[in-house]
Write a protein that binds this ligand. Sequence first.
Ligand code: FAD
Ligand code: NAD
Length: 481
Amino acid sequence: MSNKYDVVVIGAGPAGYVAAIRCAQLGFKTACVEKWRDDKGNAVYGGTCLNVGCIPSKALLDSSHKYVEARKDFATHGISTGDVTIDVPAMIARKAKIVGQLTQGVKSLFSANKVEGIAGFGKLLPGKRVQVTKQDGSTEEISADNIILAAGSVPINIPPTPIDNETIVDSTGALEFSSVPKRLGVIGAGVIGLELGSVWSRLGAEVTVLEAMEAFLPAVDTQIAKEAQKILTKQGLNIKLGAKVTGSKINKGKTKSVTVSYTDANGPQEATFDKLIVAVGRRPLTENLLDPAAGVELDKRGFVIVNDSCATAVPGVYAAGDIVRGPMLAHKGMEEGVMVAERIAGKKTQVNYSLVPFVIYTHPEIAWVGKTEQQLQQEGREYNVGTFPFSINGRAMAANDTEGMVKILADAKTDRVLGCHIIGPSAADLVQQMVIAMEFSASAEDVGLTMFSHPALSEAIHEAALAANGHAVHMVNKRKR
Ligand code: FAD
Ligand code: NAD
């Protein structure tokens, strides 16, 4: 094996493995260094997303949703099931099987594309050299014309609630409970808190979410966030806003529990839980990644400093994914991975950071792209709003899944769509239609003039676009035209 490559990627998460595959497709001799190992010491590819993130959390969200449907919804369709029970270990095993299939899939893609996977911990040295530390502690040095740093992120820990991986867990531990905790505490009403809180609440846990901020989902369009808070509370999540956690105490009895102290508007409070999930955000993983002499700099929050095309200040050294600025999302990292590979090949590929879609996979799902109404108001822009509720969408009614709405914001003068906000069934897939429309600078009229299949959930998008100009057909328009 020669130790000189065209490209070496450090990290095989969505940013790194996609970058490596695209580099190899473009004809570069590519290696990808990955530290994640299975029980047998073999490298595992796919990073946080495939192993302990997007995929396992969605597997549990889907399983737990089916459980709720079987218990609460089937009867509406005239289907009786008798007693519905859950087998948590079977649910967790199904999740593990999907994870295994997908991580194995990346391995196959590496070999099909001739990406050389190297098991070990990578550290960037000066002169575009990488030191790889193997499982047995031995080291090897490789070098490349181009290096892509894609080491990803890890959960943030907070001093009042140290993770013991038994009673107090982070998102990874929350994917592995062997039974449903009776009382579950969640710190942080962000994406992970709401998704994993929903999983265990659906399976029967009493879930309390402690959120430090006074506002619920402040990044989400306020109308949609209010609707989400109402629906999730109705589903059983006890969301306490303005709750600042100050400490925790493990109670050692027959079964362990944890008492969390926090302060809110009413003063000091305490709550006891059988399990506690800490989900207060993630931080870039850069420990031991960079020899200071390599010249790559970090910002105050620890992110690798890059420009719009993910180049660091060191020629030939790039960084992509959670390790750099911007939302920590798998799809953002994957697009950056492609962009970096293509830039190395001399192309001018550029990620459109203004059209990153966001999704929270609760039920109903919450998904959006572009500006919120509050952002447009702050910018002093004039806009039209069109909304359409799923309660009067034929397909949603047929499916008995009618909560939520589509909201479209369009420029008042040019009619160009500026934002799309959805809470509703399959919102993740629906919003993608507007991402494409917005990539092509569509106006609300363009979307309104497009033919949508009937009956379909996406007709709510069609009607919301028509409503932005006051001529929705299947409801009475607030704005006449
Ligand atoms: P990572 O996926 O973190 O991969 C980095 C890789 O680099 C890892 O495999 C790591 O082992 C390796 N590595 C690190 N340092 C070194 C080193 N020095 N040498 C060798 N290897 C190294 N995002 C979404 O878009 N949609 C979702 O639904 C979603 N759900 C999530 C659910 C949960 C519970 C969590 C925790 C995250 C979720 N995310 C989701 C976020 C998503 O997982 C991340 O944004 C994404 O994985 C980031 O990709 P990445 O390649 O930058 O980093
Ligand atoms: P987050 O930033 O979404 O939410 C963290 C929440 O914790 C915030 O609301 C914050 O105000 C609160 N918080 C912070 N410190 C606190 C404290 N001391 N006490 C109480 N509350 C506190 O982070 P997350 O939910 O941990 O997710 C991490 C990252 O993973 C996110 O950036 C997200 O993009 C990504 N992720 C994405 C998806 C998805 O796309 N569906 C799913 C899961 C995770």
